[in-house]
Structures are given as C-alpha cells and as structure tokens.
Design a binder for this molecule. Structure first.
Ligand code: S3P
Length: 253
C-alpha cells in the first residue's frame, strides 16, 4: 500500500480514537448534568440554550469546520439528551384505552425498566376499584390521589409510567411529569377509541354504548389540546414503529 496513504490513515485512526475518548467524557458530563437537572426539576430540553450554544461554538470554530461542525454538534446534543432522559422517568399520557399500558409493557421489556400503572397502584393502595373511589369518595379525591402518587414517582426516577387518562389535566401534575421525565402523548384517533370497556372508567360509563361513545367523544375534544401541550413528543400508538420512535429518544434499538 502507498506509504503516504497508510500514514494518513493512521493519523485518522488516532484522531478518531481521541474524539471517542472526548465523546465518552462529554457523555459522562452530560449524565451528571442530567442528575443535577433532575434534582432541581429542570427539564432535559432547552431549545433556546441549544441554539445559543451551537451559535457560540460555531463562531469560535475554524471556518472549514462550520457546516459539518453544526451537524456534529446537533448530533452530540441529541446523544446527551438521550443519556439524560435515560435516567429519568418516561410518562405515557393519553385518552383511556389509547394503549398506554400496552406500549408501556413493550418499552419496559426493551428498556429493561419497571412499568408502573397509576390506576393500578391507586387501586392496590386503597383496596378499592376506580369505580368505587369515584362513587364513594368523588372524582376530586381520586385526582388528589393521582397527584400524591405522581409526587412519589417523580422523586424516584427510571420508571415507565402508564398514567390515568386525566393525569395531565392538573397543571401541578404536568409540572411534576415534565420536571422528572419525558412525556409522550399516545395520540390514538377518535374512531379507534370508541366502543371501549367502561369498567373502571366512570367518566365514560353510560347506560348504552351510544351514550358512552358520546361521553368519550366529548372528553376527547376537551382534552386533546391539553395532552399535546403537556407532552414533549406525540406518537400514533397504532403505528407499528411506535416502540421504535419512543425507544430512539433513549437511544435504545
Ligand atoms: C380517567 C381514566 C382512567 C382512570 C379514571 C379516570 C380519565 O384511566 O384513571 O377512570 O379521567 O380519563 P385510563 O386512561 O387508564 O383508562
């Protein structure tokens, strides 16, 4: 082989090795920053800071490194956010029967993390069904239980959380979820949500299927915007690549 070429290749090899060492250092630092943010309840993502940081680095970079440098910096930032998200909770929000538990189970297996279901935990802790809680104690008590549970979940970290459909309706809950994790809205189309079981879903229980569907439709129209606002990302849970789309946020294949 041409001697000059093999020498240049050797040089590239050592540059790559050095870059990977620096990359590892950057990721380690990003992870620690993630822990500090978590303690302070600061969200992983800050678009304004990202833009400032990229502009500042590019300004000090040599001219020939600018175009490619910007792409590289964006990639590094994505990797850092992924490592920070990995230490946080993943909250799945959306309408009743939009697939929060189903997708949650798949992601739990893939990410090797425990899945918790807020409705189930509330039922276990109270020894009552959701229907019973609503009829005996009222909706407000149930919502208070949800907020109290979320507080304890948010201080733990590393969980996948399938939330009850009403969780993002309280500003305090949204703040707790966004401050301690990544919030993903499972945006299932209304037609696919209709005709579901109303067991433990007192808000959509009706004397006929039509009545339940009507209540559900109303709820959907009232809530969809709140779900979108509460979430960092939305996915269609019926799309076969939904687990991949959520997994990639954590760089999980
Ligand atoms: C509710 C949804 C239910 C349950 C309760 C209230 C809601 O959870 O928390 O009936 O307000 O949408 P699912 O979304 O898991 O059905």
């Amino acid at each position: 082989m041409d001697e000059r070429l093999s020498k240049l290749r050797g040089e590239l090899d050592s540059i790559d090795a050095e870059m990977l060492r620096l990359f590892a250092r950057r990721m380690e630092t990003a992870k620690v920053i993630g822990a500090v943010k978590r303690e302070a309840g600061i969200p992983v993502e800050d678009a304004e800071r990202e833009a400032e940081l990229i502009a500042a680095r590019l300004e000090e970079a040599p001219e020939e490194a600018r175009a490619g440098g910007e792409r590289l910096l964006r990639l590094l930032i994505e990797e850092s956010k992924a490592v920070q998200r990995a230490g946080l909770d993943l909250y799945l929000i959306g309408m009743p029967d939009c697939g929060k538990t189903r997708l949650g189970k798949k992601l739990a297996a893939r990410l090797g993390r425990p899945l918790v279901d807020t409705d189930k935990l509330i039922m276990e802790r109270t020894g009552m069904s959701i229907d019973e809680i609503f009829s005996k104690l009222g909706e407000e008590s149930f919502r208070d239980m949800e907020t109290a549970l979320l507080r304890s979940i948010a201080s733990r970290g590393g969980l996948i959380v399938a939330t009850g459909g009403g969780m993002p309706l309280r500003a305090e809950n949204v703040r707790l979820m966004r401050g301690s994790g990544t919030v993903v809205f499972l945006d299932r189309a209304l037609e696919r949500l209709l005709g579901q079981s109303t067991v433990n879903r007192p808000l959509i229980a009706g004397s006929t299927r039509e009545e339940s569907d009507e209540k559900l439709t109303r709820l959907y129209r009232e809530r969809r915007e709140a779900y979108q606002r509460a979430a960092h990302f939305s996915v269609d849970p019926d799309s076969p690549d939904a687990p991949d789309k959520v997994g990639i946020l954590f760089r999980i294949p």
